[in-house]
Design a protein around this ligand. Sequence first.
Ligand code: GLU
Length: 303
Amino acid sequence: MKEAKKFITRFAPSPNGWLHLGHAYAALMAAKAARDANGSFLLRIEDIDIGRARPHFTEGIYQDLDWLGLTWPEPVMVQSTRFDVYEAALAKLRAQDLVYPCWATRGDILAAIQDKPDWQRDPDGAPLYPGLYRELPESRRKKLIWEGKPYCWRLDMTRALGVVSQKLNYRECYAPSETEAETEAETPPQTIPLDPALFGDVVLARKDVPTSYHLAVVLDDAAQGVTQVTRGQDLQAATAIHVLLQKLLDLPQPDYLHHPLLRDVSGRRLSKQAGDSGFRNLRQEGMRLDEVMALLPPPFGQG
Ligand code: GLU
């Protein structure tokens, strides 16, 4: 008989700010999922954003999670140590002609669509890439590379979907219900259809780093043997890109649990960018763990 695969999930914060209560909730959700399934909870530091990631934020992540009572196996996977893995995967996609170099700046992209008010946007609200540099003769590409201007690598979505001819879907383990308290009840995973074409030619390697979030996340989840990706609903739409990359790179497809995002009293979702204060402030102000937990939604608190 085939042995059941061990359940492995993870928390994958980016060290570009202090963790806020939403991160605490996400980490606790993942750790609880692992505990309930008698599996493992892993930590991964997603620090590919070299312009914004800072070592003291990484240190802060370890301290904050430790204060929450969480434990994880060492060594922790750190994305900035894995650029060679991302480069090798990109080379595979290049060999299949599924990615192309793109020199367009943000300004070039905006200029290309400025007279088109109805230009399509992706599910995250960004304008679809208008295809600049997609169909460039090889000689011109070589010349531009030789000239040394920075470029990123984009997925040729049409070609990629041609290679993966089957319909894509994934298993979502979180089923929203009437009240948050009810989400504790056992709800079977749902199969969700995916349409990666809605995102167009996404960036797989940025101008400044040899990967992008999308490429790194699928390679790392596979390398860590993750069977359930636990993360916020803000990343649910991007699962379409991730499942497509898993197919193109021949990686196993995990299940997903996209939990709700925490909001402040005005209904705005918490974010580092908006400067929402870290929960380390709360503890430095003397709040106890049970008081912080009480601020979180069920199953941890009543917040
Ligand atoms: N590093 C991402 C973040 O901090 C999370 C990525 C993921 O869980 O897939 O928002």
